[in-house]
Design a protein around this ligand. Structure first.
Ligand code: NIG
Ligand code: FE
Length: 405
């Protein structure tokens, strides 16, 4: 079915150069076309142009009445398969405990693992789908989902199976990451658990697209990370790692060394990490929602971009450090807290987010042949207004693979 979007006030995210990611000053260009139209044909974008062209014929016409049409968000880092919330820890945090202190007491990730262990697959699936549908209505069209609350062979694989089922049934683009090394599972010594994660890799590799390690003081060392990434790579899994969230962990450097697609968090990263990322294919991904929720410093996104690097922003949606998948809020935090311009924040949550999960060839920007994953705003909205009035409803309709939600 052909659908014509006419009277588009601003078409954002036009990718004329066939770019797969935007680096440095390329992020200043949001690919804007004013007074435009766009034609979708089935699941893909067929053509687009400006009002001066004669409009193509279509089976259905959507009058955008001057609204903005932009690519749906690409959220490259989430943990949306989890069992129950962690409201108790939320109150502990309000009363002064830090994220690291809660983890050291056996709470945090281990708390989620205990709950997941008791939760049937059906319930895990239903809860994750509910979260994803909410994210879709908030404009997210592509999502990466991690395991990491199983922390034993059975439950880690169960999580990956749940993600696989979501992949098969959701209209979203879904990528899956094996994060067995999220915390040391209960009943294991540190050494034994690292070994067990490497053992899990064979089965995990049948289900996952990427391998991840929480490279952080109190979790996994650079040496553990190297060992796990190497095993993952042998099984065809490209790394995407958690690095430099709470300390300068060396995670960025080890990630780049093993050809990571992305290194994520980077709250504690500066010149050394910028130097390590220069001339690599690895993208820096920052997660301002977790800085917001935990009251931690924000990544220096502006410095990374000024140094010529690409930056992606993602939600990190999880029950412990970022219980929200709202990518417009992530964009707003990028602007308000990380001093990104709306154009840079927009590129960080669309094309660069898509790159960070290996899907920028199929979604995350406007080009013929790409998936018609689109957000249509109400009339009169633009990128600046979207983040400035960051609490005001602005979405008129989300389309995934050409179909309205
Ligand atoms: O990215 N930092 C490690 N992992 C998650 C939090 C997981 C949790 O607390 O449940 C994150 O912030
Ligand atoms: Fe995370």
């Amino acid at each position: 079915m052909k659908r014509l979007f006419k009277n588009i006030g601003i078409l954002a995210g036009v990718n004329a150069g066939g770019l797969l990611r935007k680096c440095g000053s390329q992020m200043d260009d949001a690919g804007l076309l004013k007074n435009a139209w766009l034609l979708s044909d089935g699941w893909q974008i067929a053509a687009f142009g400006t009002a001066a062209d004669s409009l193509p014929t279509a089976d259905e016409v959507v009058d955008c009445e001057g609204g903005m049409l932009m690519p749906a968000f690409c959220d490259s880092h989430t943990h949306i398969v989890y069992a129950g919330g962690r409201e108790g820890e939320f109150i502990d945090k309000i009363n002064g405990l830090s994220y690291a202190e809660i983890a050291a007491r056996g709470g945090g990730i281990l708390n989620s693992a205990d709950r997941l262990h008791e939760t049937p697959e059906e319930v895990l699936y239903a809860n994750a789908v509910e979260r994803l549908i909410e994210m879709n209505y908030q404009g997210t069209g592509a999502v990466e989902i991690k395991s990491g609350y199983g922390l034993n062979p059975t439950d880690e694989i169960r999580m990956l199976q749940v993600i696989d089922r979501i992949k098969a049934h959701s209209p979203s683009v879904v990528k899956s990451t094996f994060l067995g090394a999220h915390a040391v599972g209960r009943g294991y010594s540190h050494e034994d658990y690292v070994f067990a994660v490497c053992q899990m890799m064979t089965e995990a590799a049948h289900l996952a697209d990427f391998v991840d390690v929480f490279c952080e003081k109190g979790f996994f060392t650079v040496e553990d990370t190297a060992r796990i990434l190497e095993t993952g790579k042998k099984h065809g899994l490209r790394p995407k790692i958690h690095a430099n969230q709470l300390s300068a962990s060396g995670g960025v450097q080890v990630g780049v060394k093993y050809g990571a697609l992305s290194v994520d968090h980077l709250e504690q990263a500066g010149d050394d990490e910028i130097a390590a990322l220069k001339d690599s294919d690895t993208i820096a991904t920052m997660l301002p929602g977790s800085s917001f929720f935990l009251g931690l410093p924000y990544g220096k996104a502006r410095a990374f971009i000024d140094a010529g690097l690409p930056v992606a922003l993602a939600s990190d949606f999880n029950p412990g450090s970022a219980p929200s998948g709202d990518m417009r809020f992530v964009m707003a935090l990028g602007c308000i807290k990380m001093k990104l311009t709306p154009e840079r924040a927009f590129n960080a949550v669309t094309i660069n987010g898509a790159y960070a999960m290996g899907v920028s060839d199929i979604t995350g920007s406007i080009a013929a042949g790409k998936r018609a994953d689109l957000i249509l705003t109400r009339p009169g909205w633009d990128l600046t207004k979207m983040v400035y009035l960051h609490q005001t409803p602005y979405i008129r309709q989300v389309y995934l693979a050409g179909e309205p939600l």
